[in-house]
Write a protein that binds this ligand. Structure first.
Ligand SMILES: Cc1ncc(COP(=O)(O)O)c(C=O)c1O
Length: 470
């Protein structure tokens, strides 16, 4: 039993549940929530420092979003989008196109991140199928990536532990992989940033040539990598370089901004600030779109792909029953209006650097207990990660390997009153090494809340270190 299991059961008890949970114990039940505060069934109030999983971008209970959802229930709760469209879906699509500064021309709605990525894959294939290149049938993505939990998106991505049980079911003919763009771990000591980018560009081009350039549908990447390595942005120039390979061979350049998009990195689209300003041919968004008020994701379609489809079948050959759900679209539209009207990205521009400065000071400053074990602090906007490393003298002297450190900090932080996310396995290609923790508060987080979040997080890190004799 891992220490997290022990902690979880000890604190919250192995109470009866009929849910097939994603944890070996029943998580505490949230009874109410307002802003970034959540009240549990026993009355304990905790602060949500990660917006669930980088989802709740304006916190819970925003009056404008609540009202929009209520109004929509009163008007139209459901129509099926092969028969009828609906007002909030039409308006949300216009909103997403207008805010993209020309990057996108059409929008397809789905119900979440994995569905958005499935939609991206199928739209990309439909584009070539209908524009006279049906031989294009392969995707290239990256190791240490995550694109969702369906079979296709698990096969597309390379998250070693999440895919392992399903490996025999995954399609290795369609999905291929190249190296991650993760300088802190994989840039060689004798390499400049430009040389590292060129090495990655060449690896991608070699992969195109190996597989047959005219069989490639597209190259797929998270603009900023989330669940595997923890808020890892690519080196400068990387996205320009990989886009040039796609362009050379006529393939699509595809971004997964399910986690990093819709304002999380401080710009509406992460590629505007962390992707060399290079807009993709297709993009998936989800979490920050509905901000947790409803299950929604979207496929954003560039003019190139939109024109291709318009000149051919003219419609999306991809459907789910709940696509463009009126209530989900009304909620997402209201969330996007709140972000714009309350100028929340301006708040992110202030609070993001505050999170970073405090993490650096408290975790790596003089007398910081955690300093010897902090490998990297990174991020941007309202999304930050701390990667820990225990391959050093201090840890070895205590016989501590830190194998579950990320989870242990997550459990400790929950005991201390904050939800943070801990991960393992992001530091090596086999997914067996590494521990990191993520903070991704709502865009309307205040300075006081930032201080509180960092305080609880650092305290939790130090407690777990102390419990292990460090
Ligand atoms: C980059 C990325 N893509 C896709 C997904 C899958 O989204 P969902 O969990 O909504 O299916 C996630 C979820 O964390 C993600 O981070």
């Amino acid at each position: 039993m891992s220490s997290l299991t022990t902690n979880g059961v000890a604190k919250y008890g192995a109470r009866a549940t009929a849910i097939l949970h994603r944890t070996p114990w029943r998580p505490p039940v949230a009874s109410s929530a307002q802003g970034i505060y959540i009240t549990l069934e026993d009355g304990t109030q905790i602060i949500d420092a990660v917006g669930g999983a980088a989802v709740s971008c304006i916190g819970n209970g925003h009056p404008a979003v609540k009202q929009a959802i209520k109004d929509q229930v009163d008007k139209v709760s459901y129509v099926y989008n092969m028969q009828l469209s609906n007002e909030p879906a039409e308006e949300l699509a216009h909103n997403l196109i207008a805010s993209s500064k020309g990057a996108f021309d059409l929008v397809g709605f789905v119900s979440g991140g994995s569905e958005a990525m499935e939609g991206v894959l199928k739209t990309a294939r439909q584009y070539f199928y209908e524009t006279g290149q049906p031989q294009r049938r392969r995707f290239i993505a990256r190791q240490l990536s995550f694109h969702g939990n369906t079979l296709a998106t698990l096969g597309l991505a390379y998250h070693p532990t999440r895919r392992a049980p399903y490996a025999p079911l995954l399609d290795t003919e369609t999905f291929h992989h190249v190296s991650p763009a993760y300088a802190a771990r994989f840039q060689r000591k004798d390499e400049t940033e430009e040389q590292y980018v060129e090495r990655l560009r060449k690896e991608l081009e070699d992969k195109f040539i190996e597989l047959g350039p005219d069989t490639i549908i597209g190259f797929v990447a998270e603009t900023v990598v989330g669940a595997t390595t923890g808020v890892v942005a690519a080196p400068k120039g990387y996205f320009k370089a990989v886009k040039s390979v796609c362009d050379k061979y006529g393939a699509l350049f595809i971004l997964d901004e399910v986690m990093s998009g819709m304002g999380r990195m401080g710009t509406l689209h992460a590629w505007e600030s962390f992707g060399d300003g290079v807009s993709p041919d297709l993009q998936a968004v989800a979490k920050g779109l509905g901000g947790g008020y409803a299950s929604i994701g979207a496929v954003l379609v560039s003019k190139r792909v939109a024109d291709g489809l318009r000149d051919a079948s003219g419609f999306w050959k991809h459907g789910h029953t709940y696509q463009a759900h009126p209530i989900a679209c009304a909620a997402a539209l209201a969330v996007q209006k709140v972000i714009a009207e309350e100028k929340l990205l301006e708040n992110v521009a202030v609070q993001g650097p505050r999170i970073e400065a405090q993490l650096r000071a408290r975790l790596t400053g003089p007398n910081a207990r955690a300093a010897p074990f902090v490998w990297d602090i990174r991020g941007g906007g309202a999304w930050w990660a701390v990667e820990f490393d225990f391959e050093n003298e201090e840890a070895r002297a205590r016989g501590y390997e830190g194998k579950t450190f990320g989870f242990d900090v997550q459990a400790k932080a929950l005991e201390n009153g904050a939800v943070v996310m801990g991960f393992m396995g992001g530091s090596s290609l086999d997914g067996l090494k590494g521990s990191h923790c993520m903070l991704s508060p709502a865009y309307n987080v205040t300075a006081e809340e930032v201080d509180k979040i960092v305080d609880i997080f650092v305290k939790s890190v130090e407690q777990v270190l102390a419990e292990n004799g460090l």
